[in-house]
Design a protein. Structure first.
Lengths: 468, 378, 380
């Protein structure tokens, strides 16, 4: 619903109505290229190498733990009966959720013609792809025999049996692989013109060859732009459908079951909201780092951070509504099992996780009502970290707490994660941030072509105004 | 440079407005094809250049519908026709459960139609040999300039005249792009052939994979689940020193609710008391047990002359003789349990209650076969 | 007699009124009250949806919709008008709602809920919700109307501060409306998502009503400055939230179908048997398929003719949605007779009369809003 880029002087308006500027300073298209593309050609600062070392170390620990699991079996994890699904599925849902923010920013905001999105869309899309890659590891390794994972795909085989298309687990396979391919295609198509810019700027022969091949010979022809724009908009519309559907399909993993605490019709929109919530928190954290280390404060402005924090706040309120409704329905349903499960969330074995969830997801983000928290790094990082922790624990509560005390008291059992579980979780963060760091050095973090589109004077007939 | 070898003449403009202003004028003066090169899409330029509307919307809609139908049909076929499987009691054609995958497949088909259709079909990319890619103008364009190219196409172009036209229309610089050299070994045809070869090898690789996956599950480690360290029935096993997998029960093992029979000689069995009452149901039961197990040898009438005697030459006891009338129940019981002479033990065949019931029935036979006049009802 | 629209509407309303009274006297109280609840909720959701649109604009700080804002502001008066209708509807409780009957307390499930589902608390909730909506109206809408005179930009700030709070209030109250008026018709049934489901329908109803009103008024020569770019945005929202409503509706249905728990599916079984099943199919076609495919092309989203017909179909489907949820409680199959028609005449014409009256009360646009000019200059 947002309209134009507010480069107009808003001095006529009272303070509270003025939007902070989306772009700061006099920016020319060539300047965007110089500022953003230079990072691709320069040597990274020392801090980058230190960060890369840390994230790679985490990644290696994760890989080692995964290797150990493949050699020894799932017994190395803390899974037991009845908590047969624990860290693997928590991490899967966590990472898939984080991916959704990127698609929302690049696809949904494109459809809303929100021009401020252009500065952050490329980076968010990249985060989506990396998050989905991290997520995809878990369904693969959490099956008993990962080398038979091809069983999940519908190919004619001598077993004579097809995958069970009625199962939400197969829906997951289809949905997440669709999501990954669509996001990758969307990201790549958006990158093409920027790769063409890189191809035309670079001096090194190898780099030129690589960029030439990747740019597919893009030359910015108007006849090409016409089809390109249409296709990009259509894919954005389709990706929007994916934002809703993929995490809904993930929620169906739980909601189609009979388990109290899992079988709740509100799960689909609740999970989607949670996904956007966690994703935006991750985007905020990453963008703060990118913005300050790469000196992009004039392109990724306070406006962007302010809006993203407001989205986080909105999602936090929506999550609060969902929790409230869960609690109310736990009573209203007059179902003693549902009631028991809900009481377990707040007063049972894992109540510390339940209260962490509520505090980190509902209470702490309310700090974002205050402008200080929305505008200062310390404030927003604090809230973003809290949200990330809170959303991870929310999945923990939903999965582990509901499972550990289900219908049959004789089956109740405590779940304790093992060091292997923690290692793999750490590894997933390592993978994600390693990929983010690599992306920041190898490709432009801001979509330079899209930025040029929203600079003032970028379109004819509307001088002094940015347009798409 | 001869007049014939120009591929196109490119004018560079400072701003999109200048470019847009120049187009109508140039379009009116030349018949050659005009192409604009811009760092980002310019609104309204399609109209000015006379470009037709992009067909991509229609393509995506059609492929999306095909995707929806394909996805749903595939699910219905696999789950309802090829291998109908009942899961969770749902009907075979459970469309509700098939919608999520159908939706995702629709999005997949539509997206790849949009993306790949746009790239490969409509824009004919990748194309690495276009002369514009080697021009000096393109780096300017991808940075921040706007270019208008007058392309010779099939016809001829007068470079100087066109260059002058462009400069008069506001171009800040003009470049003439020469015709590209004829295709070297790395021509599009070469790439097409390479691609075809790749496709064929992919198909072969697929077939190979199919064969391998048929073979694969019977190679280690896939077969490890088949080879389990457990004792199978009726197989030798080295786990036990005698090599037998199946074990005999421990000596003195008894079945459920069986009481060990410890009497060794018929002489001591006389003290056993028949616990079954002489009721009609017990006698019926006894008759059934006798008919099933005893009549074969001892005869239906208990007189030791069954159909078998003539064939096998055995001489079973005449149970209705005086000797047996005098024999106490316990001693008959002993013979059932321990066997006698040629008769084996029937302890495993007849349950405890039936044994005693059969003995009651034998008494019935004895009375019937030695009936007195008083027994005949008046 | 001057047969202009106003007179025709008044005649239709009179006919409807007569029919409604005859229904009350002849057709039995259950049918009467079912119709009352249906129409009361229909107009209430239009009003609440419009109020939500107004608040949403303030929360997000949207500028493109400012020229249009007066329409949903006026439509939100339905939320107030339905206050008295709600109080009248309280009389329906003992006819339609099983939990009001003393024998229902024999059922432990209903007895357990009796602390929530009892007439005094129910009435209190109705009054509280109505009060909150009146308060929101005063702050958001009355303030906007006053701004026409006072030209004070402080209203915008006040609205921006209050609107998020209203969102929270709206979320709770729409959930309460859904659970109380519709879900408790079958008191043993529950669904978490029901509040979200009614919200989706409400928002769509508000959007559709706004679109229809805008197009109608444009055809009368008003709102000349509103161009295809604004219409495109409205069309885009209608499209997007059609998909959203369908998604929520499907999610609720599919989850209950899949788990197949008797305490949940009986609600759907009631609404799928006999002629209700085909009616649900009709609902799916008109509430999802038709708007989805008609509004999919880019050009259609901004085209007034497509928008007019699609918005009308959507408003009708929202009514059908409520009908399909409420009427099966009568256990008689879909009823369409004189009672339904007369209620339709009364409420539709009454509603239109009200809107005509209210849209002529003041300026067509919020002329006091400092951002109005920007809103008018909005281009895609």
């Amino acid at each position: 619903m947002n309209s134009d880029v507010a480069v107009l002087p808003e001095s006529g308006l009272p303070e509270g109505l003025r939007q902070p500027p989306v772009l700061i300073g006099e920016i020319r298209p060539g300047g965007v290229d110089d500022q953003v593309l230079s990072h691709v050609f320069e040597k990274p600062p020392k801090a980058w190498f230190i960060a890369f070392a840390c994230t790679s170390a985490a990644l290696l620990i994760g890989l080692a733990m995964i290797g150990y699991t493949l050699a020894v079996g799932i017994g190395a994890w803390g899974n037991n009966m009845p908590v047969a699904w624990a860290f693997a599925i928590i991490n899967f849902v966590f990472w898939v959720g984080i991916g959704h923010a990127g698609t929302l920013i690049s696809a949904i905001l494109l459809l809303f013609r929100a021009r401020w999105r252009n500065a952050i869309s490329r980076f968010s899309e990249a985060m989506t792809i990396f998050a989905v890659m991290c997520a995809g590891i878990f369904p693969l390794i959490h099956v008993g025999r990962p080398w038979l994972a091809f069983f999940l795909f519908p190919y004619p085989n001598q077993r004579g049996i097809w995958p069970n298309f009625r199962s939400p687990l197969i829906w997951d396979v289809v949905a997440v692989s669709t999501y990954f391919s669509v996001s990758l295609l969307f990201w790549y198509l958006g990158l093409m013109p920027d790769l063409a810019s890189l191809r035309d700027r670079t001096r090194t022969k190898t780099r030129k060859l690589v960029y030439s091949v990747l740019a597919l010979g893009w030359r910015g022809a108007a006849s090409h732009w016409q089809h390109y724009e249409r296709a990009y908009l259509i894919i954005a519309g389709l990706a929007t459908g994916l934002v809703l559907s993929v995490h809904s399909v993930v929620s169906f993993d739980f909601a189609v079951s009979l388990l109290p605490g899992w079988h709740m019709t509100i799960f689909p929109p609740y999970f989607v909201t949670g996904a956007i919530f966690a994703g935006f928190a991750m985007v905020v954290m990453a963008l703060v780092v990118v913005r300050s280390t790469m000196h992009l404060e004039n392109l990724i402005t306070e406006y962007h951070l302010e809006v993203m924090n407001k989205v986080i706040l909105t999602c936090s309120c929506l999550m609060g509504y969902a929790y409230l409704l869960e609690g109310f329905t736990a009573w209203y349903s007059m179902n003693s099992y549902v009631h028991h499960t809900f009481m377990q969330y707040i007063a049972g074995t894992y109540r510390w996780a339940g209260w962490t969830t509520i505090t980190c997801n509902i209470l702490i983000p309310q700090l974002l009502w205050s402008r200080w928290f929305r505008r200062h790094y310390a404030g927003m990082i604090f809230v973003a970290v809290a949200v990330t922790i809170g959303m991870w624990f929310e999945r923990f509560v939903i999965i582990v707490s509901s499972l550990h005390q289900d219908f049959l008291p004789s089956a109740w059992h405590i779940y304790r994660p093992t060091i292997v579980d923690y290692g793999i979780l750490l590894g997933s963060f390592g993978l994600f941030f390693t990929l983010v760091l690599l992306f920041a050095r190898v490709l432009p973090v801001i979509a330079t072509t899209e930025m040029k589109m929203v600079l003032p004077g970028s379109q004819p007939h509307h001088q002094g105004r940015g347009h798409e | 440079m001869s007049k014939r070898s120009a591929f196109s003449v490119v004018g560079i403009f400072e701003s999109p407005q200048l470019l847009m202003n120049a187009i109508p004028g140039i379009k009116a003066k030349v018949t050659a094809r005009l192409e604009a090169y811009t760092p980002y899409p310019i609104e309204g330029i399609d109209r000015l250049l006379g470009l037709r509307k992009s067909p991509i919307g229609g393509m995506v809609l059609v492929m999306g519908i095909i995707g929806a139908i394909a996805g749903l049909s595939f699910e219905l076929w696999t789950s309802g026709v090829d291998y109908p499987l009942r899961t969770a009691g749902k009907p075979y054609f459970s469309w509700e459960a098939f919608i999520p995958v159908m939706f995702e497949v629709t999005v997949l088909f539509a997206t790849f139609t949009a993306g790949l259709g746009m790239l490969l079909l409509l824009n004919r990319l990748p194309l690495f040999r276009h002369p514009m890619l080697r021009s000096k103008a393109l780096p300017l364009v991808t940075r921040d300039k706007f270019a208008l190219a007058v392309e010779a196409g099939a016809g001829e172009l007068d470079p100087e005249a066109v260059a002058k036209m462009l400069q008069e229309s506001g171009a800040e610089s003009v470049e003439v792009i020469e015709m590209p050299a004829p295709a070297g070994p790395l021509s599009p045809v070469f790439f097409f052939n390479a691609f075809a070869a790749l496709a064929v090898s992919c198909v072969l690789a697929g077939l190979l994979t199919y064969w391998a996956t048929k073979l694969f599950p019977i190679l280690p480690p896939m077969v490890h689940m088949l080879d389990q360290p457990r004792l199978d029935p009726q197989r030798a096993d080295s786990f036990f020193t005698d090599g037998f997998g199946m074990r005999m029960p421990v000596p003195e093992t008894v079945t459920h609710d069986s009481v060990p029979y410890t009497i060794r000689s018929q002489d001591y069995a006389g003290s056993l008391v028949n616990p079954m009452p002489r009721s009609e149901s017990v006698l019926h039961r006894g008759r059934q047990a006798y008919t099933n197990y005893c009549a074969v040898c001892h005869g239906v009438l208990g007189n030791g002359s069954p159909s078998l005697t003539a064939a096998y030459g055995a001489k079973p006891a005449n149970l209705v003789s005086q000797k047996f009338i005098d024999l106490p129940d316990g001693k008959i019981y002993h013979v059932i349990m321990a066997g006698k002479n040629a008769m084996p033990s029937y302890a495993a065949d007849i349950v405890e209650s039936d044994r005693w019931a059969a003995i009651h029935y034998v008494r019935v036979l004895q009375r019937a076969m030695n009936a007195k006049d008083e027994d005949i009802p008046k | 007699m001057n047969w202009d629209t106003g007179t025709k509407l008044k005649l239709a309303a009179a006919v409807g009124c007569a029919g409604v009274i005859s229904t009350f006297l002849i057709s039995g109280s259950e049918r009467f009250w079912a119709n009352w609840i249906l129409w009361f909720l229909f107009l209430l959701t239009i009003g609440l949806g419009s109020l939500f649109i107004v608040a949403l604009e303030h929360v997000v700080g949207a500028r493109w919709s400012i020229p249009l804002r007066r329409i949903p502001e006026r439509l939100s008066t339905f939320a107030l008008l339905m206050g008295p209708a709600a109080l009248v509807a309280l009389l329906s409780l003992r006819f339609l709602y099983p939990w009001t009957k003393p024998e229902s307390l024999n059922d432990p499930v209903i007895a357990g809920k009796a602390s929530w589902l009892n007439v005094p608390f129910f009435s209190l909730r109705v009054i509280l919700c109505a009060g909150l909506w009146i308060l929101a109206y005063r702050i958001l809408v009355s303030g906007s109307l006053e701004q026409d005179r006072k030209r004070d930009p402080k209203f915008n700030l006040r609205a921006r501060r209050f609107a998020p709070l209203f969102m929270a209030v709206f979320a709770i109250t729409i959930t309460v409306v859904a659970f109380d008026w519709i879900s408790s018709l079958e008191p043993k049934w529950y669904s978490d998502i029901f509040g979200v489901y009614l919200f989706a329908g409400t928002f769509l109803a508000g959007l559709a009503a706004t679109t229809l009103a805008l197009l109608y008024l444009k055809s009368r020569g008003r709102f000349r400055e509103i161009g295809p770019d604004h219409m495109y945005n409205l069309g885009g929202f209608l499209f997007a939230f059609t998909v959203f409503w369908s998604y929520i509706g499907f999610a609720q249905y599919m989850l209950m179908w899949y788990a197949n728990m008797p305490e949940e599916v009986f609600w759907y079984k009631e609404r799928l048997q006999g002629a209700w099943g085909p009616l649900l199919l009709v609902l799916a076609v008109f509430h999802f398929l038709v708007p989805f495919f008609v509004l999919m092309p880019r050009e259609a989203k901004g085209d007034p003719r497509f928008l007019f017909w699609t918005a009308s179909v959507m408003l009708f489907s929202h009514w059908l949605d409520l009908y399909w949820m409420i009427f099966p409680v009568l256990r008689r199959g879909p009823l369409l007779g004189w009672p339904e028609l007369s209620f339709g005449f009364l409420f539709v014409s009454g509603g239109l009369i009200w809107i005509r009256h209210v849209m002529n009360r003041g300026a067509d646009m919020p002329v006091g809003d400092p951002l109005l000019r920007e809103g008018l200059e909005f281009r895609l």
